[in-house]
Ligand binder design. Structure first.
Ligand SMILES: [Zn+2]
Length: 170
């Protein structure tokens, strides 16, 4: 079942029958506050129903943004793995590309950030606070370094997983 289908189905259920909030939903504030809220961890502003980096309101509450909440709880929204001996001589180049793409994405979308990067010689794992960044990183690698990309959505964990691979042999 897709996320949207799950949401629609949940809406149709009676309130007292609703299951525990899906992991997705706990990272989205319910309702809209009067005035704006500011995440104490990163400074992102929640105003008018969306997260931005811009301050536009006089009245300011404190509200941890979903990205910082995910970082705090170590609950990534996405994970992309890069594999292959192709990476051996290009680790720095690839990491620079990933960081550059992540910076571009975060500037536009405060909730899309790199949470963690783990690496060994032929392997890089990037965890993100948002699913869009996974897709962007995968697309950027395909564009710059070819290889293959698989994206799979695993609903039970609410985690978008992607796998990029390229071997230098052949
Ligand atoms: Zn934050």
């Amino acid at each position: 079942m897709t996320t949207i289908q799950a949401r629609v189905k949940r809406k149709q259920m009676r309130r007292d029958m609703q299951p525990q909030a899906h992991i997705h939903d706990s990272y989205r504030p319910r309702g809209r506050n009067a005035g704006a809220s500011r995440c104490p961890d990163c400074g992102a502003i929640y105003d008018g129903g969306r997260w931005t980096w811009r301050v536009s309101a006089e009245q300011m509450h404190q509200l941890q943004c979903p990205a910082c909440k995910r970082i705090h709880e170590q609950a990534p929204a996405g994970e992309i793995t890069f594999d292959g001996d192709y990476l051996l001589d290009r680790k720095d180049e690839v990491l620079a590309l990933l960081h550059h793409q992540a910076d571009g994405e975060s500037k536009e979308h405060p909730l899309e950030r790199i949470m963690d990067i783990q690496q060994n010689p032929e392997h890089i794992v990037v965890q993100t606070t948002g699913p869009h960044l996974v897709r962007r990183l995968g697309a950027a690698m395909l564009h710059a370094h070819q290889g293959t990309l698989e994206i799979s959505y695993r609903d039970n964990e609410g985690l978008l997983r992607a796998h990029w691979a390229r071997s230098s042999v052949k």
